[in-house]
Design a protein around this ligand. Structure first.
Ligand code: NAD
Length: 317
C-alpha cells in the first residue's frame, strides 16, 4: 500500500502512520501542523518509507499532487477541539467540509480507496445507551454550540458516501467516540490528557459541568488497526462504522481514577460550562457507542481497559 494520511501529524494520524510503516507500507502524511506537530512523527524521521508534507487540505493542487502517487487515502485532517469549534465555527466548517471535498475528489481522480474520519457528534443530542449506526439518527438534533463540527462531519460522510458509491471505489466512514492515547494534547479541550497533566502538576483537576456526564473512552491502539482492517474488508465499504471503547465512566469518576493512578494530591474543582466555554454551551449527558457492526465486520473488540488507557497517557506525558 502507498497511503496518504491527512492530519498525519495529529494524535490519531501519527499512530496510524506508525502502524502503516510498521506493516511495510509507504506513507505520506499531509498536515498543516495547526494542532498536530512534527514531534508526533519524530520516530519516523529518516525512515525512507515515510514523508511529511506540510500544507493544507484546502490547497487543492497540493492535495492532488500528494495523492497522485498513492492508492489509499486516510482523511483525518480536521479542525478539532471544543474551543476551536465553539470560538471559530465558520473556520471549522470550512476546513472540515471543503477540505474533505478536496481530498475525496483527489482520491476519486486517482482511483484510490479512502477512509474518512467522522465522529459520534453526528448523532447530535442523543443520550441513548449504545448508539447504533442507523442513518435516521444522524444530525437529528445537533448540539447548538457544536453545530459546525457535527454538521460538517455529517456532510463529509455524505460526500464520501456518494463519491464512493458512484465510483465503486472502496470507501469507509469511521465514527470515533472519545479516542485517547499518547500524543493527544489537552490544549484543545480533550479531557483525559488535561486531567493527567493537572494531576501530575498537583494542580486542581477542573471538571466542567457537574461531572455526572458519562463517556466511553477508546484506546488509539484499538482503533488504528481497525481502520486499516475496515478498508481491507469489502463488506465494510460504503458504510459508517462506530469505533470506540465500551467501558462507561462519569467525568467525576474519570477524575477520581486519574488521581488514584497518579497518586496525585490534586483536588477536584467544578467549573460551569458557561465559565469553561461561554454562555449557551451544551453537552450530552451520555455518549456510548454500539460497536456491534465493527465486531461483525472485522471482529473488533476493544482490548484496552480505561485504567490501561490512563496509565499509558501518564507514562507518555
Ligand atoms: P488532531 O488535532 O490531533 O488531528 C487533526 C490533524 O489535522 C492535526 O495534525 C492538524 O494539524 C491537522 N489539520 C487541521 N487542519 C488541517 C488542514 N487544513 N490541512 C492539513 N492538516 C490539518 O485530532 P485527532 O483527535 O487525531 O483527530 C483526527 C480525526 O479524528 C479528526 O478528523 C477528528 O475530527 C476525528 N475524531 C477524533 C476523535 C477523538 O476522540 N480523538 C473523536 C471524533 C472524531
Amino acid at each position: 500500500m502507498k497511503a496518504v494520511v491527512t492530519g498525519g501529524a495529529g494524535f490519531i494520524g501519527s499512530h496510524l502512520c506508525d502502524h502503516l510503516v510498521a506493516q511495510g507500507h509507504e506513507v505520506i502524511a499531509l498536515d498543516d501542523l495547526s494542532t498536530g506537530s512534527r514531534a508526533n512523527l519524530a520516530q519516523l524521521s529518516g525512515d525512507s518509507a515515510f514523508e511529511l508534507v506540510t500544507g493544507s487540505v484546502l490547497d487543492a493542487p497540493l492535495v492532488a499532487d500528494v495523492i497522485a502517487e498513492c492508492d489509499t487515502v486516510f482523511h483525518l485532517a480536521a479542525a478539532v477541539g471544543v474551543h476551536t469549534i465553539v470560538d471559530k465555527p465558520l473556520q471549522s466548517l470550512r476546513t472540515n467540509l471543503h477540505g474533505t471535498e478536496i481530498v475525496v475528489e483527489a482520491a476519486v481522480a486517482r482511483g484510490a480507496r479512502f477512509l474518512v474520519a467522522s465522529t459520534s457528534e453526528v448523532y447530535g443530542k442523543n443520550d441513548s445507551p449504545g448508539l447504533t449506526e442507523d442513518a435516521d439518527r444522524v444530525l437529528g438534533s445537533p448540539l447548538k454550540s457544536r453545530w459546525s463540527y457535527a454538521a460538517a462531519k455529517g456532510l463529509d460522510e455524505l460526500v464520501a458516501y456518494v463519491h464512493g458509491r458512484q465510483t465503486g471505489l472502496p470507501c469507509v466512514i469511521t465514527r470515533f467516540f472519545n479516542i485517547v492515547g499518547p500524543r493527544q494534547t489537552g490544549r484543545y479541550g480533550m479531557v483525559v490528557p488535561r486531567f493527567v497533566s493537572q494531576a501530575l502538576a498537583g494542580d486542581p483537576i477542573t471538571v466542567h459541568g457537574e461531572g455526572t456526564q458519562r463517556r466511553c473512552f477508546g484506546s488509539v491502539a484499538d482503533v488504528v488497526p481497525a481502520m486499516v482492517r475496515l478498508l481491507d474488508t469489502p463488506a465494510a465499504h460504503h458504510t459508517a462504522v462506530n469505533l470506540g471503547g465500551l467501558e462507561e465512566v462519569s467525568i467525576k469518576g474519570l477524575a477520581d481514577r486519574v488521581i488514584a493512578l497518579t497518586g496525585s494530591p490534586s483536588p477536584i474543582h467544578y467549573v460551569s460550562y458557561a465559565d469553561a466555554y461561554g454562555e449557551g454551551y451544551e453537552d450530552m449527558q451520555r455518549r456510548m457507542p454500539d460497536t456491534t457492526r465493527a465486531r461483525e465486520l472485522i471482529g473488533y473488540e476493544p482490548r484496552h481497559r480505561l485504567d490501561d488507557i490512563i496509565s499509558t497517557v501518564v507514562e507518555h506525558q
